[in-house]
Design a protein around this ligand. Structure first.
Ligand code: MBD
Ligand code: FE
Length: 275
């Protein structure tokens, strides 16, 4: 960004001035020493060098932004995007099987549901953009080497004419924030556990409707009530039902027990926001 392209912004001035007032008061309140101040600068530098700025910010602050922005929002509850979204995942039609490795670890789950307007009208062809970690907590593009799998467990699925979608994926596990970096360090040093409950990310879009970024959480996860990110909302916690009887296995072409999960999404009208 070159200086010449910068035009004064009243909004930026207001929030930046306020941020400085808050931070200067914080320094006075806590009698921050030079030594502590230099530690803070070094911590920020290390976070940037390790590529963890998005992770640190999203872990500490994004849930609050979501709370503020979703006040009064109608439709399915939103949740944070987090640092691991990748645009332009493979486009697929429902029913889809998410891109996966030949020996994708963990248990298969079929996730299905509908995308509708607030009045119940089906949103034909709505785009259901999904991404998740694998059963070992690894996100493609970040923790899985690209040579091993590109866009693993990521896809943009178009819903059918009734707004219905279904995709086969693998049950995610509880997610541990990377331990060997500054984000992990600060959590450890301040006595916070580094876990998120198992979740699948969604970004739902349809022309004329507000794009919804949210997550579905696996009921029964040990961290469902203590997400380090603070992004769990009760209506987004869903049951993953286990199926193991031979008839069901045959019907789904599965050799091992599998799961199903369902959710019906509601998108708010784009007009509702403008009003
Ligand atoms: C994640 O997987 C995530 O979804 C968020 C919001 C923050 C850190 C890791
Ligand atoms: Fe995530």
């Amino acid at each position: 960004m070159s200086t010449s392209s910068i035009t004064p912004s009243p909004r930026l001035k207001a929030v930046f001035d306020s941020l400085l007032v808050t931070l200067r008061q914080f320094i006075r309140d806590h009698r921050i020493s030079h030594d502590e101040y230099r530690h803070a600068v070094a911590f920020m530098l290390e976070t940037a060098e390790k590529g963890e700025i998005p992770l640190l910010m999203d872990v500490l602050l994004e849930a609050t932004v979501d709370q503020v922005e979703s006040e009064g929002h109608r439709g399915t509850a939103s949740s944070v995007e987090g640092p691991f979204y990748v645009a332009n995942a493979p486009a697929m039609k429902t029913p889809a099987v998410l891109p996966h490795r030949a020996n994708e670890p963990g248990d298969v789950v079929f996730v299905s549901g509908t995308v509708r307007a607030a009045d119940g009208a089906p949103l034909a062809g709505a785009i259901v953009d999904v991404w998740q970690a694998d059963a070992q907590g690894a996100y493609s593009h970040f923790n899985i080497p690209e040579a091993e799998a590109k866009f693993n467990l990521r896809a943009r699925i178009s819903a059918d004419k009734d707004g219905g979608f279904e995709f086969q994926t693998w049950v995610p596990s509880s997610y541990e924030i990377p331990k060997h970096g500054p984000t992990g360090d600060i959590l450890k040093a301040t006595g916070r556990h580094p876990w998120r409950p198992a979740h699948i990310h969604f970004r739902l879009s349809q022309p004329g409707f507000q794009t919804l970024t949210t997550q579905l959480f696996v009921a029964g996860d040990p961290y469902i009530d203590s997400d380090v990110v603070g992004a769990v909302k009760a209506p987004l916690v869903i049951n993953f039902a286990r199926h193991e009887n031979p008839a069901e296995l045959r019907e789904r072409g599965q050799q091992r027990p599998f799961y199903t999960a369902r959710y019906d999404f509601v998108l708010a009208s784009a007009l509702a926001k403008a009003a």
